[in-house]
Design a protein around this ligand. Structure first.
Ligand SMILES: Cc1cc2nc3c(=O)[nH]c(=O)nc-3n(C[C@H](O)[C@H](O)[C@H](O)COP(=O)(O)O)c2cc1C
Length: 196
């Protein structure tokens, strides 16, 4: 039996828009819990590799999410070789978990990377992309000197293929899935409701 939804809760029709609104907020609000999702990729041995990243951009229209990384990091090579990724977000405030699957595109040079670098360059984060040695390389105190001149910023753009939304709520949990399919039975396009 399906319980009627309490009226103070977000409606199914509002949900897709709200999810993207929260993702966009997270890119500008340092305290938003969705600012630092976990990004998972698959390594050369077929094993999952997951790590925290900062969400830099969310484009609702293009359905893309963007993060920055060091072009020499293992995740970059992994995403270039196997461009499938998953992102997991949790917000205690919203009571919402998002599990996103996406196609990944990595850019290590070109105008978009240069423009991103110009924005990062004046910030404290710039040194993250100027380290003389690659992330994950064994620490070598003889070569860890001042930051280099050349940046290694790469853009990881994630084209969202599916969203699994879970709401934890005292009046009953809810779960929905968006997969870009056509509208069904008056629900928002691409959405189906699932047992939590
Ligand atoms: C709060 C937080 C934010 C982070 N943001 C980023 C990020 O935006 N990009 C990034 O490449 N690594 C980021 N990291 C570091 C990664 O989690 C990871 O340790 C590093 O990128 C190496 O990952 P890899 O060896 O899988 O390539 C962040 C770590 C934390 C704890």
């Amino acid at each position: 039996m399906t319980r009627p939804l309490p009226t103070d809760r977000i409606t199914p029709a509002e949900l897709p828009g709200r999810i993207w609104q929260e993702l966009q907020r997270a890119t500008v609000d340092r305290h938003h819990e969705w600012r630092t999702p976990v990004l998972a990729s698959v390594d050369a041995d077929g094993l999952p590799q997951a790590r925290t990243v900062v969400l830099r951009r969310a484009d609702a229209e293009a359905r893309t999410l963007t993060c920055f990384t060091d072009a020499r990091s293992p995740k970059c090579a992994d995403l270039q070789a196997r461009p499938r990724a998953a992102l997991v977000f949790w917000s205690q405030r919203l009571g919402w978990q998002l599990r996103i699957t996406a196609d990944a595109r990595v850019a290590t040079d070109g105008p978009a990377v240069q423009a991103a670098w110009e924005r990062v360059r004046p910030s404290a984060a710039a040194t993250d992309y100027l380290m003389p040695r690659a992330p994950g390389a064994p620490l070598d105190t003889t070569t860890t000197g001042p930051a280099g001149e050349r940046h290694h910023l790469a853009i990881v753009q994630l084209e969202v293929r599916a969203i699994d939304w879970l709401e934890l709520h005292r009046d009953g949990h809810r779960r929905g899935r968006w997969d870009g399919g056509p509208a069904q039975g008056g629900e928002p396009a691409g959405w189906v409701w699932l047992t939590p």
